[in-house]
Write a protein that binds this ligand. Structure first.
Ligand code: HEC
Ligand code: HEC
Ligand code: HEC
Ligand code: HEC
Length: 316
């Protein structure tokens, strides 16, 4: 991800009345009280200075909240370090999942848990093993903390700051593992797709309630029409009148209850069975495709979804 805010997203935020949205999508705008987004800094989204001005995260009453002190003293995970341009202050919270919680755990004013990534992680075996968000999203890579022309730093490693998540094909491919045995049952072709959430430290999908993981299975008999079925892993939401909620801004502002949730929990393995009326002896091309669907607000097809895994086999 770019830590900046995508334009279409910002427009959506402005349209939604902004206040609620800015605290996570453009936190400095909230801090400098610029809800109309007049200042340049408000457009920068989640900046270095925001995260490195964070001193603590508290859970007093409801949602986790960041304590930010804007000053020339920057906080971070390095001990015994010094910088020429500003003072530095060691911060244990930077090495903990807590720092991610103010934006990745959120219950709205109607009590709907809109974002639950932090608590999903907290209840997973990864939390028990001490593997925080940073271990998967900000792993160590070779790199200098500061341009060596400015100062020779002691370490040769830095934490990756791109936060690869579901927009990274590599992360998706690590996460979803699948196999596709096929056999016959009562004269029908039976395909069993074994799906597992092998690498995410939370549900798949997590985060925005509009995210979906889709598994589509097709059977193409040599003579005959293509048969097709799908499974969608997602949450569905409704407002207080019971009307389905289909977009992020509505989820944050008007979502009142979760009406279904069949997402894959961390480490879960599930078997999905598909039955197609294909007579024995008919050569059939079977294909399973997984794609990840991001958001109904995305403008282009490629921003909306990505196909990341395809399995094929020929059966008789
Ligand atoms: C064990 C590794 C692991 C841990 C721990 C982990 N994640 Fe992830 N995360 C992943 C992988 C792999 C993906 C990509 C697959 C996916 O989207 O679920 C991902 C995806 C995401 C996404 C993108 C969701 C989307 O659909 O856009 C967010 C946001 C996220 N993680 C936040 C967090 C936060 C916050 C924590 C800590 C509370 C955390 N992750 C802990 C591995 C991990
Ligand atoms: C979303 C919050 C976030 C943003 C935005 C962010 N950082 Fe960080 N940064 C962290 C966290 C968390 C760590 C510590 C990771 C760890 O130790 O596991 C860190 C570590 C660092 C470190 C210490 C060296 C290292 O890699 O561990 C430096 C220097 C740093 N960040 C600079 C920056 C700069 C410069 C920017 C803007 C380009 C930036 N950060 C943006 C959260 C953030
Ligand atoms: C100030 C709020 C804020 C903080 C703090 C924050 N995030 Fe996020 N994060 C966001 C927002 C907003 C998005 C969605 C950005 C978008 O889609 O344009 C996001 C998206 C992500 C994604 C998804 C990237 C993708 O591929 O779609 C991951 C992974 C992620 N964050 C991990 C983390 C981790 C790990 C931490 C803690 C070290 C963290 N974030 C701290 C606000 C924050
Ligand atoms: C508590 C923090 C928080 C608040 C408040 C919040 N968001 Fe978000 N929003 C996020 C995070 C984190 C993600 C990314 C989750 C993920 O990767 O799945 C996100 C994702 C989105 C997306 C999808 C972006 C994409 O790249 O696909 C849209 C659109 C969005 N939010 C709009 C809004 C609007 C509009 C509001 C206000 C009504 C709002 N958000 C309030 C944290 C927040």
């Amino acid at each position: 991800m770019t830590l900046g805010l995508r334009l279409w997203c910002l427009l959506a935020l402005a349209a939604a009345g902004a206040g609620v949205c800015l605290s996570c999508h453009a936190p400095l705008a909230e801090l400098v009280q610029d809800a109309a987004l007049r200042q340049k800094v408000s457009w920068e989204g989640i900046t270095c200075d925001y995260c490195h001005s964070l001193r603590d995260v508290t859970f007093k009453g409801g949602n986790p909240k960041a304590e930010i002190v804007l000053s020339l003293e920057k906080t971070g995970p390095l001990k015994d370090t010094f910088a020429l341009a500003h003072k530095t202050r060691y911060s244990a919270v930077h090495t903990s999942s807590l720092i991610c919680a103010p934006c990745h755990e959120y219950r709205n004013s109607l009590g709907l848990p809109v974002l639950t990534t932090y608590s999903e992680w907290q209840n997973s075996r990864y939390a028990k093993e001490g593997r925080g968000c940073q271990s998967c999203h900000m792993y160590q890579v070779a790199g200098k903390v500061v341009d060596p022309k400015v100062r020779q730093s002691t370490g040769a490693m830095a934490n990756l700051h791109q936060m690869p998540g579901s927009h990274s094909l590599e992360q998706l491919n690590r996460t979803i593992k699948a196999q596709m045995p096929a056999d016959r049952e009562d004269g029908q072709l039976r395909i069993s797709v074994e799906v597992s959430n092998a690498a995410a430290g939370h549900y798949v999908p997590t985060g925005s309630p509009m995210r979906q993981l889709v598994l589509e299975v097709t059977a193409d008999p040599y003579s005959g029409r293509q048969l097709r079925e799908e499974r969608v892993y997602r949450r569905t939401l409704a407002d207080s009148q019971g009307k389905p909620v289909e977009r992020e801004p509505q989820a944050f502002l008007r979502g009142a209850k979760v009406t279904s949730d069949n997402r894959l929990t961390p480490g879960e393995k599930r078997i999905e069975t598909f039955r197609f009326p294909v007579p024995a002896g008919t050569q059939t091309q079977v294909q399973a495709t997984f794609w990840y669907y991001y958001s109904p607000l995305a403008q282009t097809e490629s921003q909306q979804r990505v196909t990341f895994l395809t399995l094929r086999r020929l059966v008789k």
